[in-house]
Design a protein around this ligand. Structure first.
Ligand code: MSP
Length: 654
């Protein structure tokens, strides 16, 4: 048993989670599960990078104390990892007390031994933005962010002697090609950063407070990347009283990250470790990005990239499968709804789903549901079994090389071959001839055994369907937790009773789904717009809150209404047309912009509060006679306002 320490970067808790965010974590999860299921002693670390001006600013925009904002978004990130079945062993937060203390100890140690020194930093400073810029970053000599004038300023700062490690870093990357992968990143680091010459880096800031204080000079805050990178060792207890985990797991076997942060991991991080005289990570891997229309995926209109929506609609396994399979590892990959849906239909429904349902149906039909004993080989068996028998080693070789999509392809090659084996052997023809019964038994055993091997090997990648497959085969998953149980073809699974049951994955009507996803995307887009408007309105309202007197308020006639009918307004995604009883002996029509939150069928029978003396107005050609009251917030939530007791239609609200 070997130890295996694998890490993702720690995430900025900025609250914008999308499919791209999940990429690193799902890939690492599959690798961690794979290694664990091979019997290794795995430690999988992830967490959040919570300090720095950026986070402070985002929290301020939400008008909440920084820590309160972060606690909420970290909670949401943990929910996302739960949804995606991420099997991390530890979640570190850089605001955790033990981490902050360890960062301070590390900073002090490096200062005391001379790797960090105090000097002065010179740059062009924009006071409103609290940012330094180099001369080449300025636009027309002004701040590139806000366009205001900048001044040349000097500030006392601490510096890390990065330049001292330049030669050792070049040697590390050049002489140890396994350290930085894929190989293209080696040239990039050597040619763009190391060969031109490394400068010492400024590792403290005084322009903001949200971070770890330099213990011996508290007006300085430790540079967020120094704070963040050290998480990989502080999470194991380095710099604390208990460094048992550190001794057990360090050095990391794999630091995985997106390509944009390879520089920090392959230059600054090893240099810090060299300064601390610690062993270096065995491998740093910079993967490509999941792209959307040419840009790195981010929360935006168009395609659905919300992992919650996608997995609720199409299953978690569909989302994990797509992330693990679609993007050539190390390169960028383009997301589209069509590619996602096509993968589900072709690979999960057609290839895997069909194989399982055809095999179990035939075992039910020809052998009364019991997996038969293989008695007589067919002419196709040798070639076929040869391919299935070598599957474990092909998959595990590819995982060792971090070729995750290739490992998935190995499994699908066997699934497709098994479907072909059915077509070659034609069990339905064998079934018609009693003298071929032994061959039929062998074919169906071979198929069941293939499915078992496939299910065993799928466990690290897909976390729901392997258990369903085991159930359909009537075999106990507990027996097959170790991947090595997939090493050899020919386990004694005969006699187990299969159960075809429901389909593993449902076939999708792709064109229909694309339309549905477009509708959902539009709703998300409109909600985002709503949030922006709400923020703006609040900012403006805060400035103009006018007192009114009771006489002003009495001019507004608020009444309880009962909704008797409701429908969507055609070609207006935000609007509902409601028929409302206000106890007047006639019903009113009211058009309201609540369609993003309420479906017409949810509205019928609802009590609502209506501004009943509002002058009628035409909305999309419909005369609206009143306005419905709602509560809303800047998070994009909206709720109808209604009396908490059942009140008659027409009751006054005052
Ligand atoms: N906080 C830093 C990392 C510090 S590690 C000491 C950071 N955080 S991040 O939240 O911006 O990114 C976390 C991970 O998500 C990175 O590996 C990043 O590359 C990955 N991704 C974010 N968007 C992505 C895509 N669209 N596609 C693939 N991965 C992407 O960087």
């Amino acid at each position: 048993m070997s130890k295996y320490y694998i890490t993702t970067p720690i995430y900025y808790p900025s609250g914008k989670w999308h499919l791209g965010t999940c990429y690193t974590t799902v890939i690492c999860d599959a690798i961690a599960r794979f290694k664990r299921m091979q019997g290794n002693d795995v430690f999988y670390l992830t967490g959040t990078d919570e300090h720095g001006q950026k986070i402070e600013k985002v929290a301020a925009e939400h008008n909440v104390p920084t820590k309160e904002y972060i606690d909420k978004t970290v909670g949401e990130l943990k929910d996302l990892w739960k949804l995606l079945d991420i099997s991390y062993d530890k979640f570190i937060r850089t605001t955790d007390d033990y981490h902050e203390k360890a960062v301070q100890r590390i900073f002090t140690k490096l200062y005391e031994q001379g790797d960090i020194y105090k000097s002065s930093y010179e740059g062009w400073y924009c006071t409103p933005c609290e940012s330094y810029w180099t001369k080449s970053q300025l636009v027309d000599g002004k701040c590139p962010d806000c366009g205001r004038p900048v001044e040349l300023m000097q500030e006392e700062s601490y510096f890390f002697r990065l330049s001292k490690y330049q030669d050792r870093l070049i040697k590390l990357i050049e002489e140890n090609p396994e350290f930085l992968q894929p190989a293209s990143r080696q040239k990039e680091m050597i040619n763009n950063f190391l060969k031109p010459g490394l400068q010492d880096i400024c590792v403290s800031r005084t322009s903001f407070q949200w971070g770890v204080q330099v213990p011996f000079d508290p007006k300085h805050i430790v540079y967020v990347w120094i704070d963040a990178l050290t998480n990989y060792i502080t999470a194991l207890g380095y710099g604390s009283d208990n460094d048992e985990l550190f001794k057990r797991y360090w050095p990391a076997d794999l630091h995985m990250m997106g390509k944009e942060i390879v520089r920090f991991h392959s230059i600054i991080w090893p240099a810090i470790l060299m300064a601390l005289n610690l062993p270096l990570p065995k491998k740093v891997y910079g993967h490509g990005w999941l792209m959307l229309g040419g840009d790195k995926i981010s929360k935006s209109k168009g395609n659905i990239i919300d992992p919650f929506i996608l997995s609720e609609r199409y299953s978690l396994d569909a989302v994990r499968y797509y992330l693990l399979r679609e993007i050539p590892f190390g390169q960028d990959g383009m997301y589209s709804n069509r590619a996602f849906l096509t993968r589900i239909n072709s690979d999960l429904v057609n290839d895997l789903g069909n194989l399982v349902s055809r095999t179990t149906a035939m075992i039910e039909q020809y052998f009364n549901g019991a997996i038969p004993y293989p008695e007589q080989a067919t002419e196709f068996d040798e070639d076929y079994i040869g391919l299935v028998d070598g599957l474990y080693s092909r998959v595990s070789d590819n995982i060792d090389k971090l070729l995750v999509p290739e490992a998935m392809e190995n499994i699908w090659e066997v699934i497709r071959r098994a479907n072909k084996y059915i077509d070659e052997t034609c069990p339905w023809i064998l079934a018609k001839d009693e003298s071929k019964r032994k061959q039929l038994a062998t074919v169906l055993y071979n198929l069941a055994e293939t499915i078992r091997i496939v299910a065993v090997l799928l466990q690290p990648f897909l976390t729901e369907c392997p258990a369903k497959i085991f159930k359909k085969l009537g075999i106990k998953p507990a027996l097959y937790k170790n991947l090595k149980s997939a090493k050899h073809f020919g386990r004694r699974i005969y006699g187990f009773r299969v159960n075809k049951g429901e389909a593993l994955f449902n076939r999708l009507d792709i064109e229909k789904e694309l339309k549905e996803l477009d509708k959902i995307a539009e709703t998300i887009h409109l909600k985002d717009e709503f949030i922006l408007q709400e923020k703006k309105r609040r900012e403006e309202n805060l400035l103009n809150i006018n007192e009114i007197c009771i006489e002003d308020f009495e001019k507004i006639a608020l009444k309880v209404g009962k909704v008797t009918a409701c429908e969507k307004v055609e070609k207006a995604s935000k609007l509902l047309k409601l028929t409302v009883d206000l106890g007047e002996g006639r019903e009113r029509t009211i058009v309201s912009g609540i369609a993003l939150w309420y479906k017409p069928e949810d509205m019928i029978g609802q009590s609502i509060v209506v501004v009943s003396n509002l002058k009628p107005a035409k909305l999309r050609g419909i005369e609206s006679e009143g306005m419905i009251l709602c509560a809303s917030d800047v998070e994009g939530n909206l709720s109808l306002v209604a009396p908490i007791m059942n009140m008659k239609a027409g009751s006054e609200v005052r």
